[in-house]
Design a protein around this ligand. Structure first.
Ligand SMILES: [Mg+2]
Length: 276
């Protein structure tokens, strides 16, 4: 694999957590590699499944870490889901199992978000007849009342969407539960799964990325630390793929992966040597 150089790659899509940075630290080689790709005239885009903050926050963080970026350089699962719903389902009343940013992203697209009850008993639920659709995201404020409200709405046939399906999110002290954990809980109790999970590996976030890069998939490389999202999406789109072992994937995981990534890198610092 090491002597097979990739030709004609002009666009690079980078995952963030576990790929470019972990917590508040840039991962080894990330700053230098992205600077070098830009120096060569390549287009660079950051695509994260993390729905917790506005795109500008991720751009600010990248800039702080030495990778100058604007909101236009960043795509998140919350951003693409809000845009998708505004386009296709603008009239639904949405119940959000997520944090404040997702509510802001949805409302920012003109969508109606059902308000939370204030200071209620944990067993109280919002009237499910006022909910047309449930949206699940990474939610560090998840509690029994949210789970129950979502369940009651899903039981009654509410539509069902999610930002992302990641089971965990890599953090400096170890992984923490992500949206996939909530989706699994709701599947267990309701038997239902979302009709759309907008984040990687969906075509919704892929199309948003390719539109931004203005390049055919064949001339792009997707680099990320998660096989079932980053590598799956890149592979299915016809992009070249690089898994980095600086996040959730081990070398043993990468060796038995299907589909196989084109490159297995300890970190982004090893990327440039594989480019023609
Ligand atoms: Mg990642």
């Amino acid at each position: 694999m090491a002597d097979k150089r990739l030709n004609s790659i002009d666009g690079f899509v980078f995952d963030l957590d576990g790929t470019v940075y972990l917590g508040e630290e840039a991962l080894p080689g990330a700053v230098e590699t992205i600077a070098e790709l830009r120096r060569r005239g390549s287009r660079v885009l950051f695509v994260s499944n993390k729905p917790l903050y506005p795109r500008q926050n991720y751009a600010d963080k990248l800039t702080r870490l030495g990778i100058p970026a604007t909101a236009g350089d960043v795509i998140t699962s919350a951003y693409v889901l809000a845009r998708y719903l505004a386009l296709h389902e603008p009239d639904l009343r949405y119940y959000v199992v997520g944090e404040a940013n997702l509510v802001a992203e949805l409302e920012g697209q003109g969508l109606h978000v059902v308000g939370e009850l204030a200071d209620q008993d944990p067993q109280d639920v919002i009237d499910p007849t006022g909910i047309d659709a449930v949206v699940v995201a990474f939610d560090r404020t998840l509690d029994y009342r949210k789970l129950n409200t979502a369940y009651q709405a899903l039981r009654r046939g509410a539509r069902y969407f999610a930002t992302n399906g990641d089971k965990t999110c890599p953090m400096p002290g170890g992984d923490i539960p992500d949206a996939g954990a909530t989706l699994a809980a709701l599947l267990q109790i309701s038997g239902r799964s979302p009709e759309l999970i907008a984040g990687k590996p969906s075509t919704v976030i892929l199309q948003a990325a390719l539109e931004r890069l203005e390049l055919p998939a064949q001339r792009c490389l997707m680099a990320g630390d998660r096989l079932e999202t980053d590598i799956r999406m890149g592979h299915d789109a016809g992009m070249k793929t690089a898994v980095v072992l600086s996040g959730v994937t081990t070398r043993a995981d990468a060796e038995k992966a299907s589909p196989q990534p084109d490159l297995v890198l300890a970190n982004l610092g090893e990327l440039v040597q594989h480019l023609a």
